[in-house]
Design a protein around this ligand. Structure first.
Ligand code: GLC
Length: 430
């Protein structure tokens, strides 16, 4: 291509995009704010990785990372015989854990579809399970009043065109039609769906996937849906994985509870409940969501450790959820033993390493009206000068576990200024 051809092509592309505002984007920011209201207030969701890999119990990447031949892997589909309505237990657990939405793998990279599809026989109703597992999941989530999300992997290790689509246009055409077709089925056959969670766009780019057209179709079918950014377009929210990184736009940190998404029988690297709670607090502080994963076994049962840890998180949220849901951007963040969240003029100090009878915070610039222990409502004595807030008369042992939350009601939006302490504190002999 000559430089002139290139410039002409660019100009043509710009002209085309100028006249064609994608339907899904035309509602703009106001539409997005409206669609995402529930999502922002939710803060906490359950991710579920479940597929043929769950019967192997060696991580959801077993097919790829163990180099299992397609024909051998396919045989797992016959062995996959989960108990009926396993999803009811997941949904109950999510509800008890204080999670407001669920996102389940409808198809992971292995290519097996947990849903009924006319586009392949490699799907739950036509193999071992003999029924539509996505339908069961949707019904289970709704029964508990939870929002319903679909994870869908664009990358596909099973489809014959899944890799060669990168170099063969006919293969790309077939594969993209297949993927768009399945997304259409998913968003047509199960009623209202709240989240579409694309994953791994290898080996194509947005143009190759026809991602704009994909999102246009999605919003055409489900005008109120929220979509993530993993089809190579920004979508409605960003998806930092295994880390908490606040962005300028909406974001959701997804994390495993051990080191695997799919069931991995030997993976005993479980995060303690306190870590999960601290992660949730860190997300809530910066108005992000926390999507915490379970990897059910092949029969659909949830690993005991997950049930135990989620249970602890749920109990804590029962007492302290008022500091998490609907949290707003929180400026204070410096402490050696606590994290912070904010709602209105109330600052929540979440003490995860309890220091004893006095809890202090440096650099809070506001006047303080009251302090309470959030779990019990007990008033806490405090004194404050311009540099330090001290909350006193507290028990030597942490009154709530694994994290004790203090609700600090201020006279305005809480602001912490540690530099003020450094610069202005009266010093000896100066
Ligand atoms: C990665 C992994 C995948 C997992 C996903 C969750 O993309 O490939 O196994 O489902 O992260 O975010």
């Amino acid at each position: 291509m000559t430089r002139r051809d290139y410039l002409q092509a660019m100009a043509a592309a710009a002209a085309a995009s100028a006249v064609r505002t994608p339907a899904w984007a035309s509602g703009g920011d106001a539409d997005r704010a409206q669609r995402m209201k529930w999502w922002h207030e939710a803060r906490f969701g359950m991710f579920i990785h479940w597929g043929l890999y769950s019967t192997l119990g060696r991580h959801e990447w077993a097919m790829e990372n163990e180099g299992i031949p397609v024909a051998e892997y396919e045989r797992l589909a016959l062995r996959f015989k989960p108990k009926p309505n396993a999803a009811r237990d997941w949904a109950r657990l999510a509800k008890q854990t204080g999670q407001k939405y669920m996102v389940m793998t409808t198809k992971h990279h292995e290519g097996f579809c947990n849903f009924d599809t006319k586009l392949t026989d490699y799907c739950a109703p036509k193999r071992g399970p003999g029924r539509d597992l996505v339908k069961e999941y949707v019904e289970a989530a709704r029964a508990e009043g939870l929002r319903v999300g679909f994870y869908y992997s664009l990358m596909d290790w099973h489809h014959p065109d899944g890799a060669r689509c990168a170099t063969d246009e006919q293969a790309r055409r077939r594969f993209v039609d297949y993927i768009h077709g399945q997304i259409r089925e998913l968003l047509t056959n199960y009623g209202k769906i709240d989240v579409l969670w694309y994953d791994v766009a290898w080996p194509l780019d947005a143009q190759g996937w026809e991602s704009e057209k994909m999102n246009e179709m999605v919003f055409g079918l489900q005008p109120e849906i929220v979509v993530n950014n993993r089809n190579q377009l920004p979508g409605d929210f960003a998806t930092p994985e295994q880390r908490i990184t606040a962005g300028d736009r909406a974001w959701e940190s997804c994390m495993t509870l051990n080191d695997s998404w799919g069931y991995n029988r030997g993976d005993d690297n479980w995060k303690p409940p306190k870590t999960a709670i601290r992660n949730l607090i860190a997300c809530a502080r910066d108005t992000g969501n926390y999507l915490l994963n379970i990897g059910p076994k092949g029969d659909g049962s949830i690993p005991e450790e997950s049930v135990r840890i989620f249970g602890r998180v749920g109990k804590w949220l029962e007492r302290n959820g008022a500091a998490i849901y609907r949290s707003e951007k929180c400026q204070p963040r410096t402490s050696n033993y606590a994290g912070f969240t904010r709602i209105g003029n109330t600052l929540y100090m979440h003490v995860y390493f309890w220091p004893g009878g006095t809890v202090s915070m440096g650099g809070l610039r506001n006047k303080v009206k009251s302090v309470r222990l959030l779990a019990s409502g007990t008033e806490v004595k405090f004194d404050r000068d311009g540099f330090r807030l001290r909350m006193t008369g507290l028990p030597e042992k942490a009154p709530d576990r694994p994290v004790t939350t203090l609700a600090i009601e201020c006279d305005g939006e809480p602001q912490q200024d540690t530099l003020y302490v450094r610069n202005e504190r009266p010093r000896d002999k100066v």
